[in-house]
Design a protein around this ligand. Sequence first.
Ligand code: SF4
Ligand code: SF4
Length: 120
Amino acid sequence: MRQSPISGGSGSNDFSSSRSVNEVRGLALDSISETTDVLERDTVVFPRFLREKCIGCGRCAVSCADGGHQAIRLTEDRRPLLDGSKCVGCHLCVLVCPQRAIVSGRKRIAKPKPPEEREN
Ligand code: SF4
Ligand code: SF4
C-alpha cells in the first residue's frame, strides 16, 4: 500500500487522518523570520558518537573541517573526538556518517566558550 507523504504530524503512522496539501499550506509561516537575529545562539545540541558503530572512515571529520567548524579530530585509532568549544551543533556530521554512528545528543546546553574567551 502506498502511503501519503503527509502523515498528520507527531510521528503518527495513521495515514487515514492525512490532510490535503491545501490544509497544511502556510501552517509554518509563523515560524519564519525575516532575519536570523531570532535564532538561539547561546545554547547548542552536540552530536553524540556511537563508537561501536563507527568504522573510522573519517567522513565526519572531513565534513566538519570543510563545511562545519573544524570541531572533530580523529584519534590514533581513527575514532572521532569532538571539541565542544568549536562545535555549533549544525549536525552536518550526522548527515554524512555512512554508519549512522552519529546521532543528535538531544540535550540543549549552554555553549562552551572557546579557550581564548574563557576567564583564567
Ligand atoms: S563518519 Fe561515522 S563511521 Fe565515519 S569516522 Fe565518523 S563516526 Fe565513524
Ligand atoms: S555538529 Fe557541525 S560543527 Fe559540530 S561536530 Fe558536527 S559538523 Fe562539526
